[in-house]
Design a protein around this ligand. Structure first.
Ligand SMILES: [Zn+2]
Length: 145
C-alpha cells in the first residue's frame, strides 16, 4: 500500500502521540509522588511492562494510550496505511487481554486506565491507585500475599 502522507508528516504524527503518552505518564507520576506513593516506572521485568508497579504489593498500573490500545471514543485511525495500523492496534488489544490474564492468575491487583481517564478524572484515578496500594500493604502485613 502506498502511503500518501509523506514519511515526515507520518513520523511527526507518531511523535506527537508518543510525547502525549509521556506527558500523561508524568502527570500521573507527579500526582502519585504528591501522595507519597512510590512506584517503579516502566517495569520491564513484568508482563506488558506496566507503567507503574510495586512487586512487593503485587500491584500493577497500566495507562493505555487511546491511540495504541484502540479506545472506542478517541482512537482516530490514520487515513493512510489503515490496514497496518488497525492490525497493530488489534494486536495490542489482544496482548492486553493476555497480560490481564497473567496478573489475574498470579493474584495481582491490576489497574488499567485509559489516557482519557487520566486527562479527565485524574483525582479519581489516583484515589483508586491509593486505595489499592493501602489494601495490598495491609494484606502484605497480614501475610496474605
Ligand atoms: Zn479515550
Amino acid at each position: 500500500m502506498v502511503d500518501i502522507v509523506s514519511k515526515e508528516i507520518r513520523s511527526k504524527t507518531m511523535r506527537a502521540i508518543r510525547s502525549k503518552d509521556t506527558k500523561i505518564e508524568c502527570t500521573i507520576n507527579s500526582k502519585l509522588r504528591e501522595q507519597k506513593l512510590r512506584f517503579k516506572r516502566n517495569v520491564n521485568s513484568l508482563p506488558g511492562k506496566p507503567d507503574f508497579a510495586l512487586k512487593k504489593y503485587k500491584l500493577a498500573v497500566f495507562v493505555d494510550s487511546c491511540f495504541w490500545h484502540g479506545c472506542k471514543l478517541h482512537c482516530r485511525m490514520p487515513q493512510t496505511n489503515t490496514d497496518y495500523w488497525s492490525a497493530k492496534i488489534t494486536r495490542n488489544r489482544k496482548r492486553d487481554k493476555k497480560v490481564n490474564l497473567w496478573y489475574f492468575k498470579q493474584k495481582w491487583v491490576l489497574l488499567r486506565f485509559w489516557e482519557h481517564d487520566i486527562e479527565h478524572n485524574l483525582e479519581k484515578c489516583v484515589k483508586a491507585i491509593k486505595t489499592s496500594h493501602y489494601k495490598q500493604k495491609g494484606k502484605l502485613k497480614n501475610k496474605m500475599i
